[in-house]
Design a binder for this molecule. Structure first.
Ligand SMILES: [Zn+2]
Length: 276
């Protein structure tokens, strides 16, 4: 009983403080779930050189958890995007795990030869060592997405580690590519709620794929070509890799399936901005 009374009184005090603080306080109150005054100075605030008003003290810890600027934050999805809703016969080619100086330049050369842009989901630990390849991707109009720092299985990680994997990679991309990434892809396609939430907080949409070439199993160049050709269709997102092992077949396959897709009338493109 006594606890309840104290709790109620705190809620009243907290509510009054939030109203006095205006809009920011009201938003923070919603985030806190209502009635959970994160820090009530029952025994007085810790020592400060300048005394603060009690209401200001109570607001301070809560406002620290307020949302980041609305311009970058997105609503968190529960599932990744699997295809691009699109205009006409558009397809998207994506390359994961790089950049790798043994394979990525050849892929960029082929894309350049046909005037085609693609998406590269890079790992931070690869990107930081090959920043010149991210700069080239920027120069040539490709889209760079976040594929975590070290390619872990996110579903096995604590939230703080997921965040650092994604944040560090955002920072390297921003430095080397010149823009923060707007897209992320979970390694192994293994997503969880924390990954969706943190990605949204960092301003990124989750993109999976429609057609998996399984090129990492090195099934043969012809098999990769057949998988892309067989899966081609409007809005299809193709998954391949430009790093993580011997990607010679992936490089050769692109040289064969890209002209075929173009001859078949497909427009190979990249998303501009986020989907609606
Ligand atoms: Zn990967």
């Amino acid at each position: 009983m006594h606890r309840d009374q104290v709790f109620t009184r705190r809620r009243v005090l907290w509510g009054a403080g939030a109203v006095a603080a205006g809009g920011a306080g009201a938003v923070a109150l919603g985030v806190s779930g209502g009635g959970e005054p994160a820090a009530v100075p029952a025994a007085g605030p810790p020592a400060r050189t300048v005394p603060r008003k009690p209401s200001a003290y109570r607001l301070q810890p809560i406002t620290g958890f307020g949302p980041p600027p609305a311009s970058s934050r997105l609503p968190a999805r529960r599932k990744p995007i699997l295809e691009m809703s699109g205009r006409g016969n558009t397809m998207v080619l994506t390359f994961d795990d790089g950049p790798d100086p043994r394979y990525t330049p050849a892929i960029l050369d082929t894309l350049d030869e046909y005037g085609v842009r693609a998406m590269f989901f890079v790992c931070g630990e690869m990107a930081t060592d090959h920043r010149e390849l991210l700069a080239r991707m920027a120069d040539e109009g490709h889209v760079v997405g976040n594929h975590t720092w070290s390619h872990p299985l996110l579903t096995k990680l604590r939230r703080g580690r997921i965040r650092s994997e994604m944040e560090r990679t955002c920072e390297v991309i921003e430095e080397a590519y010149g823009e923060r990434p707007r897209w992320f892809r979970a390694p192994y396609g293994a997503w969880n709620r924390a990954a969706f939430q943190i990605g949204a907080e960092l301003g990124m949409e989750p993109l999976a794929w429609t057609v998996d070439t399984l090129d990492w199993t090195t099934p043969g160049t012809g098999t990769i070509v057949r998988r892309v050709a067989g899966g081609a269709g409007p809005g299809v997102v193709v998954l391949s890799h430009d790093a993580g092992g011997d990607r010679t077949q992936s490089v050769r396959a692109l040289r064969r399936y890209l002209p075929r897709l173009l001859d078949s009338g497909y427009h190979i493109t990249v998303p501009r901005g986020h989907p609606a």
